[in-house]
Write a protein that binds this ligand. Sequence first.
Ligand code: GDP
Ligand code: MG
Length: 177
Amino acid sequence: YSEEQTTEDYLFKIVLVGDSAVGKSNLLARFARDEFYPNSKSTIGVEFQTQKMEINGKEIKAQIWDTAGQERFRAVTSAYYRGAVGALLVYDISRRQTFNNISRWLNELHTHSDMNVVTILVGNKSDLKDAREVSTAEGKALAEAQGLFFIETSALDSSNVAAAFQTVVIEIYNILS
Ligand code: GDP
Ligand code: MG
């Protein structure tokens, strides 16, 4: 056990949640590998990807879980959420329906994981300025009402992608330390 502690200070399970095609897999690909797939299919989803980070000289391993497309059938299993300490709740700023569905995903998250899971609401595809259907103010208001962090990202142009994951990891670290 003590050996484990020296090589791996913290391991945080973080889940990506949200409607199909909002960009969950590409957010992870951008963050973990600096890659982007213009025409990605759900099959690119890996089970999880582990990303090392450092906070206050401590090594943190963020184990980030992605779906393999089950969300299309609203069939994300409880095993997916089990043990999660962080979540990115993702919608697409160019598709209002994905924003409307956030409350359902939040319910599902809270049903299957600890109520204290650190959650950030992520409005992805901020690069699609001309197609925007959900304003930044609306995103912020929902996040405030539900007690979530909030950020807008683009997996395409990379903006705020690292910040989205880091916000969650730093907050989890602050709670645990
Ligand atoms: P998932 O089903 O939530 O995992 O979504 P994907 O990551 O597979 O992305 C669905 C589609 O949206 C793909 O064609 C991506 O190339 C595209 N996409 C993902 N993120 C962005 C983004 O930030 N901007 C734009 N313009 N397209 C994106
Ligand atoms: Mg995916």
